[in-house]
Design a protein around this ligand. Structure first.
Ligand SMILES: [Zn+2]
Length: 209
């Protein structure tokens, strides 16, 4: 019997808007030196994947049991996941600032992409055919495949230009700005946006006294 997964609670509304951006947001605080890691164990990665809808309960439970049997491999997958996440973050963060994307990060994404795409297959069903993943229930890195695919798709689409990094000074979350005038500045108005507003208010009231 696998350990029960604690629900993932750091990003209730999945504010990134795409799987790859939500994955980049599995860290708190401001990168590069004031961050708080949210994925400290393989089970944390499973809990996030369940929360993000990349695995269902049965798959997550199965992988939790697999990870108990293969702890070294699970630790390796977690390390790969973190390296992939940071590459995704740097790619889209550079892109949001209209800077050149680091070649080493693109190489990390492409290595992960070739692994993921090798698992992609076409499944036949009652209504025709659909994309699916082959044997996700035994592969400890199965949740990374849709993340990688999402990053490649976003990077090659026009939506790439709408990816922003939160303007909060204690946050480096990424999000897709789908607001009408493309003026969204914060990952979450209730959180980072409110903090910024409160700070401006405080600064103004101090200036008046
Ligand atoms: Zn934020």
């Amino acid at each position: 019997m696998a350990a029960k997964l604690e629900p993932y609670q750091h990003d209730p509304y999945l504010s990134g808007g795409r799987d790859c951006l939500n994955f980049a947001n599995t860290i708190g605080g401001r990168r590069p030196d004031r961050q708080r890691e949210y994925l400290n164990t393989y089970n944390d990665l499973l809990a996030w994947s369940l929360h993000a809808g990349l695995l269902d309960e049965t798959q997550a439970d199965h992988l939790a049991r697999e990870a108990e049997r293969r702890p070294m491999e699970a630790a390796q997958v977690l390390a790969e996941a973190i390296s992939l996440r940071e590459a995704i973050y740097r790619i889209f963060s550079a892109n949001a600032r209209a800077e050149a994307v680091p070649a080493a990060d693109l190489a990390v994404l492409n290595t992960a992409l070739s692994k993921a795409l090798a698992r992609l297959q076409v499944k036949s069903g009652p209504d025709g055919f659909s994309w699916s993943w082959s044997t996700p229930e035994t592969a400890l890195d199965a949740m990374l495949w849709p993340v990688v695919r999402s990053a490649a798709e976003l990077l090659t689409s026009v939506e790439r230009e709408q990816v922003r990094e939160c303007a909060g000074d204690t946050c480096s979350w990424l999000f897709l700005d789908t607001s009408r005038n493309h003026t969204r500045r914060w990952c979450d108005m209730k959180d980072c946006g409110n903090r910024a507003k409160a700070r401006r208010h405080y600064a103004r009231s101090r200036a008046r006294t």
